[in-house]
Design a protein around this ligand. Structure first.
Ligand SMILES: Nc1ncnc2c1ncn2[C@@H]1O[C@H](COP(=O)(O)OP(=O)(O)OP(=O)(O)O)[C@@H](O)[C@H]1O
Length: 347
């Protein structure tokens, strides 16, 4: 549905060159919610703006719905862009226009007859749950409601693709969740492909099927969300995943426990995978697992859990227990044995 092939973008300002994108290739499938995450300056905005050619790549090709946008004339590009809706962090609403007008004006400009304009405004304002706000002005709406208007405005063009440029970054956590729920609903109801950029792992966790991690103008890691959560490879990806978990164990406790066995972190997908495996460990080996911290969080379609566990037992028994956990498909990391000796166990 969306395909970027070796897309590069170089900005030149004050005789200085900035390579914002370096040969980025990506494919987003029809009906998928695909997230791009990265820290500030990684190139996310440039990337998403290259998809509808708000920013023209310096080199490389961009396809949307089978059409190569980078090969089109301006007139044809205008046509294809109708298939691509976009929402922004700052909502970009007309302040002096009502909710109705904000959605209707671009439809009128696109040449739709007024009966169709009215039908679409009413339909999509209802999809975003703002039927009672048609005559309100943006200043009379909350941030979340403004973003709902922007979403209705984008949907009213009945696009194939929705691009979301940090759409929830200006919102509080609760409102963020309600907007993410709305994106999920839209994706399911209309089978719209969504490409979003964000710097928050929570957004990826809640709605995305696949994710690409960007750093320095490049995609450094890419995969299905649960794969990335359970097996992050790059240090930045690990940092993003860790940002969702608060599992610090006080140093004094670590010091005391390490004398009697390793402290390990288990990652697993599926609600029940962690606890039963630990129960098995205590049955099969001369090892006593003690959970120091634990959290189960919901990925888009499956639960994902992390447990920090102390395995009390001698080295041979705890190593066998770790091998057993690995064999059950659980990722085991960060073991520290007595005397602070690091043991690599990569699941
Ligand atoms: N119009 C421009 N002119 C010059 N440099 C630019 C321009 N737009 C972006 N850049 C530079 O390109 C790099 C990538 O910027 P970009 O905005 O794409 O990153 P980002 O990941 O979206 O960051 P943020 O989350 O802070 O917006 C940065 O170094 C930025 O300064």
């Amino acid at each position: 549905m969306i395909k970027l092939e070796r897309v590069s973008k170089t900005f030149v300002s004050k005789n200085k060159e900035v390579q914002a994108l370096k040969e980025v290739s990506l494919e987003v499938k029809k009906g998928e919610i695909f997230g791009v995450i990265g820290y500030s300056g990684a190139g996310k905005s440039t990337l998403i703006r290259c998809v509808n050619l708000l920013e023209r790549p310096t080199s490389g090709k961009v396809w949307v719905d089978g059409t190569e946008l980078t090969a089109l004339s301006s007139a044809k590009l205008r046509d294809v862009r109708k298939k691509i809706g976009m929402i922004f962090q700052g909502f970009n609403l007309l302040k002096t226009a009502t909710v109705y007008e904000n959605i209707a004006i671009p439809l009128k400009l696109a040449g739709l007859p007024s009966s169709e304009v009215e039908r679409r405004v009413k339909e999509y304002v209802s999809v975003v749950g703002l039927d009672d706000k048609l005559e309100h002005y943006p200043s009379q709406l909350s941030g979340g409601q403004k973003q709902r208007v922007a979403i209705a405005r984008a949907l009213a063009h009945e696009p194939e693709v929705l691009l979301s440029d940090e759409a929830t970054s200006a919102l509080d956590p609760e409102t963020t969740d309600s907007i993410l729920e709305l994106l999920l609903k839209i994706n399911r109801q209309f089978n719209i492909t969504i490409l979003l950029i964000t710097h928050e792992m929570h957004v990826i966790q809640k709605v995305c099927d696949r994710v690409a991690v960007m750093e320095n103008g490049q995609v450094i890691e890419e995969g299905r969300v649960f794969e990335i959560f359970t097996h992050p490879q790059h240090s930045i990806t690990k940092k993003f995943v860790n940002s969702l978990f608060n599992e610090e164990v006080p140093e004094a406790v670590v010091d005391r426990l390490q004398a009697t066995g390793p402290i390990i972190t288990l990652s697993f997908v599926g609600e029940s995978a962690g606890d039963p495996a630990l129960a098995e460990v205590s049955k099969r080996f001369d090892v006593y697992p003690n959970i120091l911290s634990g959290q189960i969080t919901q990925l888009k379609d499956k639960p994902f859990g992390r447990l920090v566990v102390h395995l009390k037992g001698d080295e041979s028994q705890t190593q066998q227990a770790i091998q057993y956990l690995l064999s059950r498909g659980i990722k085991v990391e960060g073991t520290v044995l007595d005397a602070g000796k690091e043991v690599a166990v990569n699941g």
